[in-house]
Design a protein around this ligand. Sequence first.
Ligand code: ATR
Length: 292
Amino acid sequence: MREQIVTGTTALYAVLGDPVEHSLSPVFQNEGFRSVGVDAVYVALRVPARVLPEFCRLVRHTSLRGFNATIPLKVPLVEFCDELSPEARLMGAVNTVEIREGRLIGHNTDGRGFVASLREEAGFEPAGKRVVVLGAGGAARGIGWALAEADTRSVIFANRTLRRAEDLAGELAAASEENERYSACALESESLAKALAGADLLIQSTSVGMGDDRAIEVPWDSLPPKALVSDIVYRPERTPLLEEARRRGHPTLGGLGMLVYQGALSFQIWTGRQPDTRRMMEAARKALREHP
Ligand code: ATR
């Protein structure tokens, strides 16, 4: 492979966050650029939340072409974009900014990234399927929206705080004019068992299991044996929930695919090109194994 030479005209992209040092995005986005021969580099840039307003005011006058945002900037960014895509507006969060003629256009590719990883990594077509989502936070919102776009039959949000799940189900139902599709239940054994009976897909969308050995308790016997179990957490690559699902013979899907595919969708917004997602996945997996 030819060594990349950075010149004065090389396009610049970044992921913003605080902290941002552990981000895998530079690894797989640069692999994406190499895969289609785009003259661009992608770096991790630490931007504390308190300087975000000033950053957004100034960056539009620079040659930065676009950026991704991670914790804690996704929600505050909404306020500093000049334009929002419908999904960024509905989610109240921006993970991708396109800088075009001095304007900041905010998008959110998280939910579609999850659905793309379902299709591409797990070979799972969500149309017509019954889904249970553990959690009702920002991640669940994006995934719930994208699942409706993908024409799933039903989505039940199971959350520790029932009210939050009810609110989310109500909001998504209103936005999609699909009252029947969304419902909510409490994250306790009996209600969850009822929700899981007949489910085709279980999605863990909370931060539980990230960097520790905890897992949300799932009444496994109620989940049909063929149901796919997925976790949006990718560090560790195999969370306690996924380990348990595998032991019980369920097909599983880790969170790395969602990360890479949300990035591939950002890449397409910025460049209009389709990167080689297989190469991006390989690069991300290798980096994660080297720095677990
Ligand atoms: P994110 O944007 O990552 O989704 P969030 O909006 O803070 O983050 O939402 C976190 C989600 O994880 C919520 O569904 C939260 O449940 P509550 O609404 O009841 O707070 C869930 N969560 C976090 N810690 C949890 C735990 N220990 N057990 C169960 N659910 C948990």
